[in-house]
Ligand binder design. Sequence first.
Ligand code: GTP
Length: 693
Amino acid sequence: MVTTVLDLATVRNIGIMAHIDAGKTTVTERILYYTGISHRIGEVHDGAATMDYLPQERKRGITITSAATTCHWSLSGTDHVVNIIDTPGHVDFTVEVERCLRVLDGAVAVFDGVAGVEPQSETVWRQADRYGVPRICFVNKLDRAGADFHRCVDMIADRLGAVPLVVQLPLGAEDGFTGVLDLVSRRALVWDGAGDGEEFAVTAVPAEHAEAVERWRARLVETVAEHDEEILELVVAGAEPSRERLHAAIRRLTIASGRSDDVTVTPVFCGTALRNKGVQPLLDGVVRYLPSPLDVGAVEGFANGGTVTRGPSDTEPLSALAFKVTSARHLGRLTFVRVYSGRLETGATVLNPVRGRRERIGKIYRMHADRREEIGSAGAGDIVAVLGLKQTTTGETLCDERAPVVLESMEFPAPVIEVAVEPRARGDQDRLGAAIARLAEEDPSFQVRTDPETGQTVIGGMGELHLEVLVDRMKEESGVEVAVGRPRVAYRETIRRAVQKVGFTLRRQTGGHGQYAKVQISVEPITADDATYEFVNEVTGGRIPKEFIPSVDAGCQEAMRSGVLAGHEMVGVRVILQDGDFHPVDSSEPAFRIAGAQAFREAVRRAGPVLLEPVMAVEVTTPEEHMGDIIGDIGARRGRVRGMRERSGARVVDALVPLAEMFGYVGDLRGLTSGRASYTMRFDSYAEAPRDA
Ligand SMILES: Nc1nc2c(ncn2[C@@H]2O[C@H](COP(=O)(O)OP(=O)(O)OP(=O)(O)O)[C@@H](O)[C@H]2O)c(=O)[nH]1
């Protein structure tokens, strides 16, 4: 077992983000290959890709669950550790995207050289804008007919509002694409087509390209000078910036762009991952231009009611964030964590301050796609998987008991779409239950309930594709065939009025001794945003013995799970237990639970119950000319525009729209704007639904 102390300056924690099909998986595969992790190149289309290791993903050919993998890349004789966090591209998996963006320091944005900047690449790009993640771009698929590097660069400027720094030009095109021209070093990198792309020759720029290289290099220097003082001074003095100075300036600009709202300067690389051209220089670019944990600096957290910071150093107290929980076959629960400060040691006891529980660190692994390497400890800046954590889930902090801190957590939206599921084979109910429980543990945005009327199991998630994938995984991983109902919006119920003194008496005589419990309650709406339920006991003088009070509470909570209107979960109710009565022999905990639940249902029926529907915060990013259409359409969907902004040259419309009106929005928006606009949507709040909902 190895215990390595990393030189933080040599660590890169990156994500690879792209529109579906732009080639993210192929690029990742090639990176793993060149860095020596995988020993053969797995093709996505024959289902052998290493990174997409769920059988479900192999079948679909899309990347769904993020996995972290560590590899090494040497630049100028220095070894670098590159931790790659695989990020999904589909909007239904925003939770996955959010948890990745939370823990990574930089990203490679992959574009399809034929399609250019597609609407969905805009979506992921905007997400990275929001999280302030510095990026470099890779224009992929330049071997394809119709690929056009310069058009893609123009689209990066026009559609994403970024400042593209072209650092390479393609050498040849389509079938004749043979390599890249490196503008910083004024060299040609040529893959001769033999072998599997490991070898490339570094040559002088061919004479016929010399003029283009000089022209584009001048443009590169000019753009850098516009944003960087040091290079500006050199240019003004008429000096030629050296290769090292230019690299350093591009690095400064790339990293600073992540933090800036106005300008995103992004180096642009090119190649074809499938034909193994251009990936090694892209790796050089990752190391050269993307930030190390040291560049990202200290992380903020909360302690003792105030804010504290933890610097990226092994000598600070431990702070780490769990960003993913998976269950690994034959191993059990595996928790992926990013260490922000201090060291995580095998066998140590750490604190989960959110739960107030101590946890023992079992084994620590560095993950290499589907292979694990056990290590004794992990230091600040590292990303590893831990075995043995029993309680900690996604978004929770682990820290030193003597210096507790809660790192800012990720927020998980409420599930907004539901489907009923049932096993096709009668005897499979228990296996379905186990399969669901396993998935729910991995994915905080996935929830389960039982429909009180039909008795069916209902699963809820972030979107239709999200649920579809989960159902497929039940089959693939647990062998349960599932019949699925129609997707529907996940409603809630609440009350609008207070109701006083609603009583219920349970009196039953069955054979031996009977059952007796009497309660009187009031209910009232709680208006605080996130309040779901409160229980207040005002019974004094032993009119209900103390030991039965929690049973009344439990009965009310049980009744909250299925409202009186349509069996949806209830929120926002305060119950006040005012009075009651008992019998020395016939009263019991179950009797008070039943009485509590019955009184609650009766009270709620009189308290103006209403249906609540999920309302989504929708952010549409669009070119100026489509603003009017988009705003009109939002109105037609019962939506309300909250504001408008400009971000990196595009207009951003912020609106609240009921989810029930958002089915099919992807297609409608495409129709309205010829695919130029993109949107993201997350749960905002619940609001009263119209009567006919
Ligand atoms: N011609 C060509 N095809 C490529 C290239 N890179 C990837 N492809 C193909 O494009 C398709 C999509 O590639 P993936 O790597 O699965 O794309 P992805 O972005 O990971 O897709 P998701 O996992 O679905 O998000 C596959 O059929 C690849 O073989 C390339 O450089 N040239």
